[in-house]
Design a protein around this ligand. Structure first.
Ligand SMILES: [Zn+2]
Length: 109
């Protein structure tokens, strides 16, 4: 998905994450703001594992509000490209089906 993102979107996401990334690890607190998992709106958050080969060396949580902030800074071109990726790889799932984030914005570590 990141290969299909515009340079503008990659730079915007990298800048956002660089500016906000906190020195926390694990799932207790959001990596990009001070919300705890319990404070994440609607109990919605993303859990991530950073791996090298078969080994996980860190884990992180990002709350729904931070995910939405990231989704809002990507370009229309990138959003359309990612929507097309979803439609082509997950046929039959409506674009606005909510358990799947409608506008995902991957983390860039
Ligand atoms: Zn957050």
């Amino acid at each position: 998905m990141m290969n299909e993102a515009s340079d503008e979107s990659k730079a915007a996401l990298a800048r956002f994450q660089h500016d906000r990334l906190r020195d926390v690890s694990g799932f207790d607190e959001c990596s990009l703001c001070e919300r705890t998992m319990a404070e994440a709106r609607g109990d919605e958050y993303a859990l991530m594992a950073m791996c090298q080969g078969n080994d996980m060396f860190d884990s992180a949580m990002v709350c729904i509000d931070c995910m939405q902030e990231m989704a809002e800074i990507i370009s229309d071109e990138t959003r359309q490209s990612w929507n097309r990726f979803r439609e082509e790889n997950f046929p039959g799932v409506p674009a606005d089906f909510e358990p799947m984030p409608s506008r995902p914005a991957p983390m860039i570590f």
